[in-house]
Write a protein that binds this ligand. Sequence first.
Ligand code: ATP
Ligand code: MG
Length: 223
Amino acid sequence: MPKKVATNSPSPTAKIIAIINGKGGVGKTTTAFNLAAAWAEQKHRTLLVDTDPQGSASWWFERSNKTLGFDIASETDAKLLTRLPKIEGYDLVVVDTPPALRSEALAAVVNTANYLVLPTPPAPMDLAALVETVREAVIPAGVPHRVLLTRVDARSINEALEAQNTLMEQGIPACHAFIRAYKAHERAALDGVPISQWRGKNAKEAQADYRRVADELQRDWRK
Ligand SMILES: Nc1ncnc2c1ncn2[C@@H]1O[C@H](COP(=O)(O)OP(=O)(O)OP(=O)(O)O)[C@@H](O)[C@H]1O
Ligand SMILES: [Mg+2]
């Protein structure tokens, strides 16, 4: 349904939040999809843009009944992606990206984004790869950013706290909230729903994790 917009004031431009990490399988798509859903539930007009040729976010959306509260678009062309800031009719644009640090499309997204979220598991090898992503792609672009620890083993929360410390020592900002590893996340994708709509084992814990992150990021923008 078309949304009503005031015609006497120019439509404010959408905030573009890109989810990036050069490494694969770290939780980018899960984070993009669930944050888009969480912000849409808070009545922000939200668009999810799938820039990954693998199309995982689109696959997830296609499995849904398409009444998720947010819209989805697919675009992998770097030239067209530089025009993301011209999108009208949305408050927030969440961009899911491919695990390819040196791709032109990723460079286009990073350069047009207002904020970057960098999901990573807390294991030392994953963190090392992430620090490379931050140095190569994030710091040169000068875009505000925060690391988000994902797939954290619920039985060893200390690992996440240590990872947050390691990042802090390197001057890399991280979210205080983190995402624990639960099968619920895989099942929600399979069932075509964001975690907030999924019912089953550990749903409450998994939902609370993404809700906390969605709230923390919003507070960070308002500062
Ligand atoms: N917090 C979590 N707990 C358990 N499983 C998770 C969690 N986050 C993601 N997964 C699962 O891990 C796998 C990889 O996650 P996801 O697709 O989000 O990563 P990605 O970084 O987008 O991967 P790619 O680089 O291939 O695009 C998926 O099967 C997903 O369901
Ligand atoms: Mg992905």
